[in-house]
Design a binder for this molecule. Structure first.
Ligand code: PRP
Length: 220
């Protein structure tokens, strides 16, 4: 019984590895959410801050919404691009503003064509098969979608696909690989998400974390 009560009080926060890790950790740290000392290079996958009643898990970005959907984490930080692709049943609580990027259709500069419809019946490599399929369906173009897990820009260079759908942040990767932006599909930023049951059962604690993060975002 006592064990259950302690469990109810602890909030598990999921943070994504990669580009969003450092800004997420820094925001939580500044908001006083016990994230000091967290490192994505750590071999420890669960980091507990018992004094603060917090536990952190660091996951692959694509898996993070699943941890939150199933309640393995109560809340988490993840890019809107991943949420659009994964379509998990979670609450989206707050736009955190950082991690701004755009989901783009891009092609090698020398394959640029006049109209979007000129790109019909080509192959597109992407980490975002659902988003890409919706986009092509929306513009009435047939495309073969090839699902990859990273280094998407490689695909047109070696003839795996003619196009890519990927996130662009600074534009450096596209430039370095001589790819041109053809169409903007979505813009994305980091979001704070919550498990639906946790949001009700641990409402008080989640709201106090949410308020602390909001205050920190306003003071930045
Ligand atoms: C992402 C994306 C691009 C790059 C864009 O890759 O897939 O490759 O960042 O950023 P830029 O516009 O600032 O160059 P990420 O680093 O997440 O790794 P990945 O290639 O393994 O997906």
């Amino acid at each position: 019984m006592i064990k259950d009560e302690i469990k109810l009080d602890t909030i598990t926060i999921a943070l994504p590895k990669g580009k969003l890790f450092a800004p997420s950790r820094d925001l939580l740290k500044k908001a006083g959410c016990g994230a000091q000392g967290l490192s994505e290079d750590s071999r420890k996958l669960v980091i507990k801050n018992e004094e603060a009643g917090l536990s952190f898990v660091i996951t692959k970005p694509v898996d993070l919404p699943t941890y939150v959907e199933y309640g393995a984490a109560d809340i988490g930080v993840i890019g809107k691009d991943v949420l659009l692709e994964e379509q998990k049943d979670v609450y989206e609580l707050l736009d955190l503003g950082f991690g701004k990027c755009r989901l783009m259709l891009a092609v090698p500069e020398n394959l640029r064509r006049d109209k979007l419809t000129d790109y019909a019946n080509l192959r597109v490599a992407t980490k975002y098969p659902r988003v890409a399929a919706e986009f092509f369906h929306g513009v009435g173009i047939q495309a073969e979608i090839i699902n990859l897990n990273g280094s998407i820009e490689l695909a047109p260079m070696v003839g795996l696909s003619e196009m890519i759908v990927d996130i662009v942040e600074t534009g450096r990767t596209l430039r370095e690989n001589k790819l041109a932006e053809i169409a903007a599909i979505h813009t994305a930023t980091a979001r704070l998400i919550a498990n639906r049951a946790s949001f009700k059962l641990k409402s008080e604690r989640i709201h106090s974390i949410l308020d602390a993060i909001r205050r920190q975002l306003h003071s930045d």
